[in-house]
Design a protein around this ligand. Structure first.
Ligand code: CA
Length: 230
């Protein structure tokens, strides 16, 4: 795959420069926007592969930009937020963002996030039409309704299987508690989130047992993500 084209949306010049210099020195192509309106225009005319989006823009809330882009595209969006409150991140993720970076962030963090969404992009571009999902030594046969680790069937409860499929279908993306419980239980009451923690812990134990490979990443106070394993 060619290196993706990245749209950098940031009104703060020093932060924008840090990002573009980092991208340039790692041979990524990029375009920039310094407000929401121009971000939406650039996204629609250049169809970038990944968007880095600051939430605090001068003309509109970054959440609005996410909603607009999501009305026509699934391009990965990584939110950049100076606000450390989890609520903003959760709102952005629920609006369709893939991941988030909190200012101040390091160049290494920025590149790591980019690698995660690039892998998700590769999965999206491969069409992913198959009824069998594989990630490292983990596989799911959707048609058979079974999950396997190293070819051995995993004994998952129906709830654990449902959670695993949801994470797999959104590999690389951070899913919020509300999103997951809404999909799995059809509601998101406080006690659903508490049960989710329990189900997730047993699921992780089953799929990560006996290896140091991490398939599911916990985002405290936010949600979970399945990582692409090489
Ligand atoms: Ca800003």
């Amino acid at each position: 795959m060619n290196k993706p084209i990245i749209l950098v949306v940031e009104d703060d010049a020093p932060v924008r420069n840090l990002i573009t210099v980092t991208l340039k020195s790692n041979a990524y192509k990029f375009i920039t926007a310094n407000n929401g309106e121009s971000a939406i225009m650039q996204a629609s005319s250049h169809n970038p592969d990944v968007v880095f989006l600051d939430l605090g823009l001068p003309d509109m809330d970054g959440i609005e930009v996410i909603k607009k882009i999501r009305s026509w595209s699934n391009m990965p969006i990584i939110v950049i937020s100076a606000r450390s409150e989890d609520n903003d991140k959760i709102e952005a993720l629920d609006a369709g963002a893939d991941d988030y970076l909190t200012k101040p962030f390091s160049v290494e963090e920025l590149l790591a996030r980019l690698r995660v969404v690039s892998r998700r992009l590769a999965v999206m571009q491969s069409g992913n039409q198959s009824s069998v999902f594989t990630n490292g030594s983990l596989s799911i046969d959707y048609a058979a309704g079974c999950a396997y680790k190293d070819g051995v069937e995993l004994h998952l409860t129906p709830m654990e299987y449902k959670l695993l499929c949801l994470l797999a279908q959104n590999i690389g993306k951070v899913l919020t508690h509300t999103f997951i419980t809404g999909k799995v239980w059809g509601s998101s009451m406080e006690n659903d989130i508490a049960s989710l923690r329990v189900f997730m812990a047993t699921l992780r134990k089953k799929i990560e047992a006996g290896s140091d490979v991490q398939y599911i990443q916990t985002h405290i106070g936010i949600g979970y993500r399945m990582l692409k394993v090489e």
